[in-house]
Write a protein that binds this ligand. Structure first.
Ligand code: F42
Length: 143
Protein backbone atom coordinates (compact mmCIF):
# COMPACT_ATOMS: atom_id res chain seq x y z
CA UNK A 1 0.00 0.00 0.00
CA UNK A 2 1.25 3.48 -0.87
CA UNK A 3 2.40 5.42 2.16
CA UNK A 4 0.76 8.86 2.25
CA UNK A 5 0.22 11.18 5.18
CA UNK A 6 -1.94 9.68 7.94
CA UNK A 7 -5.07 11.66 8.77
CA UNK A 8 -6.71 10.51 12.04
CA UNK A 9 -10.52 10.20 12.19
CA UNK A 10 -12.37 13.41 13.13
CA UNK A 11 -14.48 11.34 15.56
CA UNK A 12 -12.87 11.17 19.05
CA UNK A 13 -14.12 7.67 20.03
CA UNK A 14 -13.00 6.27 16.68
CA UNK A 15 -9.55 7.83 17.14
CA UNK A 16 -9.37 6.30 20.60
CA UNK A 17 -10.28 2.88 19.21
CA UNK A 18 -7.61 3.15 16.49
CA UNK A 19 -4.95 4.09 19.03
CA UNK A 20 -5.98 1.26 21.35
CA UNK A 21 -5.95 -1.27 18.48
CA UNK A 22 -2.51 -0.23 17.35
CA UNK A 23 -1.19 -0.44 20.90
CA UNK A 24 -2.80 -3.71 21.97
CA UNK A 25 -4.15 -5.52 18.86
CA UNK A 26 -7.71 -5.57 20.25
CA UNK A 27 -10.63 -3.18 20.36
CA UNK A 28 -11.73 -1.16 23.37
CA UNK A 29 -13.30 -3.26 26.17
CA UNK A 30 -11.77 -6.37 24.55
CA UNK A 31 -14.09 -6.27 21.54
CA UNK A 32 -13.05 -8.22 18.46
CA UNK A 33 -12.30 -5.40 16.07
CA UNK A 34 -9.98 -5.13 13.06
CA UNK A 35 -8.35 -2.05 11.63
CA UNK A 36 -8.83 -1.22 7.93
CA UNK A 37 -6.41 1.17 6.26
CA UNK A 38 -7.55 2.86 3.05
CA UNK A 39 -6.28 5.69 0.89
CA UNK A 40 -8.63 8.68 0.56
CA UNK A 41 -10.33 8.55 -2.85
CA UNK A 42 -10.11 12.33 -3.20
CA UNK A 43 -7.32 13.40 -0.86
CA UNK A 44 -4.86 10.50 -1.11
CA UNK A 45 -4.51 10.63 2.70
CA UNK A 46 -4.11 7.44 4.73
CA UNK A 47 -7.34 6.65 6.64
CA UNK A 48 -7.67 4.11 9.46
CA UNK A 49 -11.08 2.63 10.26
CA UNK A 50 -12.00 0.17 13.03
CA UNK A 51 -14.55 -2.46 11.93
CA UNK A 52 -16.09 -5.49 13.61
CA UNK A 53 -14.11 -8.65 12.90
CA UNK A 54 -16.10 -10.86 10.50
CA UNK A 55 -13.81 -13.57 9.12
CA UNK A 56 -14.14 -16.99 7.53
CA UNK A 57 -11.33 -19.02 5.97
CA UNK A 58 -8.97 -16.07 5.70
CA UNK A 59 -11.57 -13.82 4.01
CA UNK A 60 -12.85 -10.80 5.94
CA UNK A 61 -16.19 -9.01 5.46
CA UNK A 62 -16.20 -5.24 5.89
CA UNK A 63 -19.77 -4.20 6.67
CA UNK A 64 -20.43 -0.56 5.72
CA UNK A 65 -23.06 -0.06 8.43
CA UNK A 66 -22.06 3.23 10.10
CA UNK A 67 -24.44 2.35 12.97
CA UNK A 68 -27.41 2.42 10.59
CA UNK A 69 -26.71 5.88 9.20
CA UNK A 70 -28.45 6.83 5.96
CA UNK A 71 -25.32 7.17 3.84
CA UNK A 72 -22.44 4.91 3.05
CA UNK A 73 -19.24 5.64 4.96
CA UNK A 74 -16.36 7.51 3.35
CA UNK A 75 -14.10 4.48 3.70
CA UNK A 76 -16.48 2.58 1.39
CA UNK A 77 -15.81 5.11 -1.40
CA UNK A 78 -12.10 4.80 -0.71
CA UNK A 79 -12.20 1.02 -1.04
CA UNK A 80 -14.18 1.14 -4.29
CA UNK A 81 -11.66 3.60 -5.74
CA UNK A 82 -8.61 1.66 -4.47
CA UNK A 83 -9.47 -1.92 -3.60
CA UNK A 84 -5.98 -2.82 -2.42
CA UNK A 85 -6.22 -2.37 1.34
CA UNK A 86 -4.36 -3.20 4.51
CA UNK A 87 -6.06 -4.92 7.43
CA UNK A 88 -4.71 -5.31 10.92
CA UNK A 89 -6.11 -8.34 12.78
CA UNK A 90 -4.51 -8.69 16.20
CA UNK A 91 -0.77 -8.60 15.64
CA UNK A 92 -1.01 -9.53 11.94
CA UNK A 93 -1.02 -6.96 9.16
CA UNK A 94 -2.53 -8.33 5.94
CA UNK A 95 -2.46 -6.97 2.39
CA UNK A 96 -5.88 -7.71 0.90
CA UNK A 97 -7.99 -6.85 -2.13
CA UNK A 98 -11.65 -5.88 -1.79
CA UNK A 99 -14.73 -6.55 -3.88
CA UNK A 100 -18.38 -6.01 -3.11
CA UNK A 101 -20.47 -9.10 -2.40
CA UNK A 102 -23.81 -9.40 -4.23
CA UNK A 103 -26.74 -11.83 -4.42
CA UNK A 104 -26.51 -15.13 -2.59
CA UNK A 105 -22.89 -14.49 -1.64
CA UNK A 106 -23.85 -11.23 0.09
CA UNK A 107 -26.70 -13.01 1.88
CA UNK A 108 -24.35 -15.66 3.26
CA UNK A 109 -21.85 -13.10 4.51
CA UNK A 110 -24.60 -10.87 5.89
CA UNK A 111 -25.89 -13.80 7.94
CA UNK A 112 -22.41 -14.50 9.28
CA UNK A 113 -21.89 -10.82 10.08
CA UNK A 114 -25.18 -10.69 12.02
CA UNK A 115 -24.19 -13.79 13.98
CA UNK A 116 -20.90 -12.18 14.96
CA UNK A 117 -22.43 -8.75 15.66
CA UNK A 118 -26.25 -8.87 16.03
CA UNK A 119 -26.55 -5.05 16.10
CA UNK A 120 -26.16 -5.10 12.30
CA UNK A 121 -29.78 -6.32 12.07
CA UNK A 122 -31.09 -3.14 13.68
CA UNK A 123 -28.68 -1.01 11.70
CA UNK A 124 -30.10 -2.45 8.44
CA UNK A 125 -33.69 -1.74 9.57
CA UNK A 126 -33.05 1.93 10.13
CA UNK A 127 -30.44 2.61 7.43
CA UNK A 128 -32.86 3.21 4.54
CA UNK A 129 -30.21 1.82 2.20
CA UNK A 130 -28.91 -1.65 1.55
CA UNK A 131 -25.80 -1.93 3.70
CA UNK A 132 -22.83 -2.89 1.49
CA UNK A 133 -20.74 -5.91 2.39
CA UNK A 134 -17.20 -5.87 1.02
CA UNK A 135 -15.11 -9.03 0.94
CA UNK A 136 -11.41 -8.59 1.64
CA UNK A 137 -9.36 -11.44 0.25
CA UNK A 138 -5.67 -12.31 -0.01
CA UNK A 139 -4.15 -10.97 -3.22
CA UNK A 140 -3.66 -13.60 -5.92
CA UNK A 141 0.08 -12.91 -6.04
CA UNK A 142 0.35 -13.86 -2.34
CA UNK A 143 -0.53 -17.46 -3.33
N1 F42 B 1 -18.37 1.21 10.98
C1 F42 B 1 -18.88 0.40 10.07
O1 F42 B 1 -19.36 0.89 9.02
N2 F42 B 1 -18.93 -0.95 10.25
C2 F42 B 1 -18.44 -1.54 11.38
O2 F42 B 1 -18.45 -2.78 11.49
C3 F42 B 1 -17.87 -0.69 12.38
C4 F42 B 1 -17.31 -1.18 13.59
C5 F42 B 1 -16.69 -0.32 14.47
C6 F42 B 1 -16.07 -0.82 15.62
C7 F42 B 1 -15.43 0.02 16.50
C8 F42 B 1 -15.38 1.39 16.20
O3 F42 B 1 -14.71 2.20 17.03
C9 F42 B 1 -15.97 1.90 15.06
C10 F42 B 1 -16.65 1.06 14.20
N3 F42 B 1 -17.25 1.56 13.04
C11 F42 B 1 -17.83 0.70 12.14
C12 F42 B 1 -17.20 2.99 12.71
C13 F42 B 1 -16.11 3.19 11.66
O4 F42 B 1 -14.85 3.08 12.27
C14 F42 B 1 -16.23 4.56 10.94
O5 F42 B 1 -16.03 5.57 11.86
C15 F42 B 1 -17.59 4.74 10.28
O6 F42 B 1 -17.85 3.64 9.42
C16 F42 B 1 -17.62 6.02 9.46
O7 F42 B 1 -16.60 5.97 8.48
P1 F42 B 1 -16.24 7.26 7.60
O8 F42 B 1 -15.08 6.88 6.72
O9 F42 B 1 -17.47 7.80 6.94
O10 F42 B 1 -15.74 8.26 8.75
C17 F42 B 1 -15.87 9.66 8.64
C18 F42 B 1 -16.39 10.21 9.95
C19 F42 B 1 -14.44 10.17 8.42
O11 F42 B 1 -13.49 9.66 8.97
N4 F42 B 1 -14.32 11.18 7.60
C20 F42 B 1 -13.06 11.78 7.25
C21 F42 B 1 -13.07 13.24 7.48
O12 F42 B 1 -11.97 13.79 7.65
O13 F42 B 1 -14.17 13.80 7.44
C22 F42 B 1 -12.74 11.62 5.78
C23 F42 B 1 -12.75 10.27 5.39
C24 F42 B 1 -12.30 9.99 3.95
O14 F42 B 1 -11.82 8.90 3.78
N5 F42 B 1 -12.43 10.89 2.90
C25 F42 B 1 -12.03 10.54 1.54
C26 F42 B 1 -10.68 11.14 1.17
O15 F42 B 1 -10.40 11.32 -0.04
O16 F42 B 1 -9.85 11.35 2.08
C27 F42 B 1 -13.11 10.92 0.51
C28 F42 B 1 -14.26 9.95 0.57
C29 F42 B 1 -15.26 10.15 -0.61
O17 F42 B 1 -16.47 10.11 -0.34
O18 F42 B 1 -14.82 10.29 -1.75
Amino acid sequence: MASGEYSPSPVPWVREEVEHLERTGTGLRGRSVVLLTTIGARTGLVRKTPLMRVELGGVYAAVASTRGGDRNPDWYANVLARPEVELRDGDRVLQLVAREATGAERSRWWSLACTVFPSYVGYQSRAGRRIPVLLLEPRASDG
